[in-house]
Design a protein around this ligand. Structure first.
Ligand SMILES: [Zn+2]
Length: 309
């Protein structure tokens, strides 16, 4: 874990060197999280990897729940890469039965990427042009920074690199239990920014083996392994809920910094805990597709959307 400012910058430098970023990079903006300090056009996008809807519903994590009402949503895919590719194209999780924007991305999108085949129904919040929402925010002059924890965010892997290549600042955490390192990286790169920021964070602690720094249980005893006979649904549930509560406390200062901006948090997919014989994710089971969604648009963004007839 990085201990000094110098370490933090070295991590950032390694991240810079490890992927093909955009041609133009903006300078880092060192700072610390201050409540309400982020520019009102900024966007914070958090994915709680593998977080089940019922975990969120049971824990009611304080900082995340304060973002907005909890929506029982369907993820756009059953695994990390597919889901994030879809979300970065504007297809965030949603409830298709509700005829209202943002809760139902078919009806109105939080992020619309122009130039694709998806049609607009006229109630989109952030209208972007480019290869992805990250590229789109870059083109609008945003400072973009992201950090992923799941293996599908490992930008050393050529096959998955295009998912994150547009971030001006990017850090792969290296594993699913390094949230402190990820938050330090984001704090160092964006917290002092005065202009609009697009910040993305993929949280790994809610992913198997459901472990966080300082947790009282063993990290190498994973209770949810596909096809294993030694799995434990109750232990999986207990651990993911405990991890979510711990993650929420860590995220609170960053979420607070975006209190005047727009914030979205969701699961990228859930996990099956033995339902119908399924374990973990990567399969199209209802428990894998069901995820929590909370969001809040900044008041001026919501007013702009509501002015569209
Ligand atoms: Zn995932």
């Amino acid at each position: 874990m990085p201990k000094s400012l110098g370490d933090r910058f070295r991590i950032a430098a390694r991240a810079f060197a490890s992927h093909e970023g955009p041609a133009t990079r903006l300078a880092a903006a060192p700072g610390v999280w201050r409540t309400g300090a982020m520019h009102r056009d900024s966007v914070l996008f958090i994915t709680l990897d593998s977080c089940r809807f019922d975990s969120f519903e049971a824990v009611v994590p304080a900082a995340l729940s304060a973002i907005g009402p909890l929506v029982r949503a369907q993820a756009p895919s059953y695994f990390t890469f597919g889901s994030h590719c879809a979300m970065f194209a504007g297809f965030t999780p949603g409830d298709g039965a509700r005829h209202e924007p943002f809760v139902n991305p078919k009806f109105g999108k939080i992020f619309r990427v122009l130039g694709g085949p998806a049609k607009s129904h006229g109630r989109d919040a952030f209208i972007l042009e480019g290869e992805s929402i990250v590229d789109g925010f870059n083109r609008q002059g945003y400072l973009t920074a992201g950090s992923g924890a799941a293996g599908w965010f490992d930008d050393r892997r050529e096959s998955v690199r295009h998912l994150v290549r547009h971030f001006q600042h990017y850090l792969y955490a290296g594993n699913c239990w390094s949230l402190a390192k990820q938050l330090s990286f984001l704090e160092q790169t964006i917290a002092g920014a005065t202009g609009p920021v697009f910040a993305f964070l993929n949280v790994g602690e809610t992913h198997v083996p459901y472990w966080h720094e300082g947790a009282a249980w063993e990290r190498d005893r994973n209770p949810c392994v596909p096809f294993a006979t030694t799995n434990d649904a109750a232990e999986s549930q207990r651990r993911q809920r405990a991890c979510l509560a711990w993650v929420d406390a860590q995220l609170a200062p960053m979420i607070g910094a975006f209190s005047n901006a727009s914030v979205l948090a969701c699961g990228d997919h859930g996990d099956a805990w033995g339902e119908d014989g399924f374990w973990e994710h990567g399969v199209a089971h209802p428990k894998v597709l069901e995820v929590p969604l909370v969001y809040r648009l900044a008041p001026h963004v919501r007013a702009r959307v509501e002015s569209i007839s």
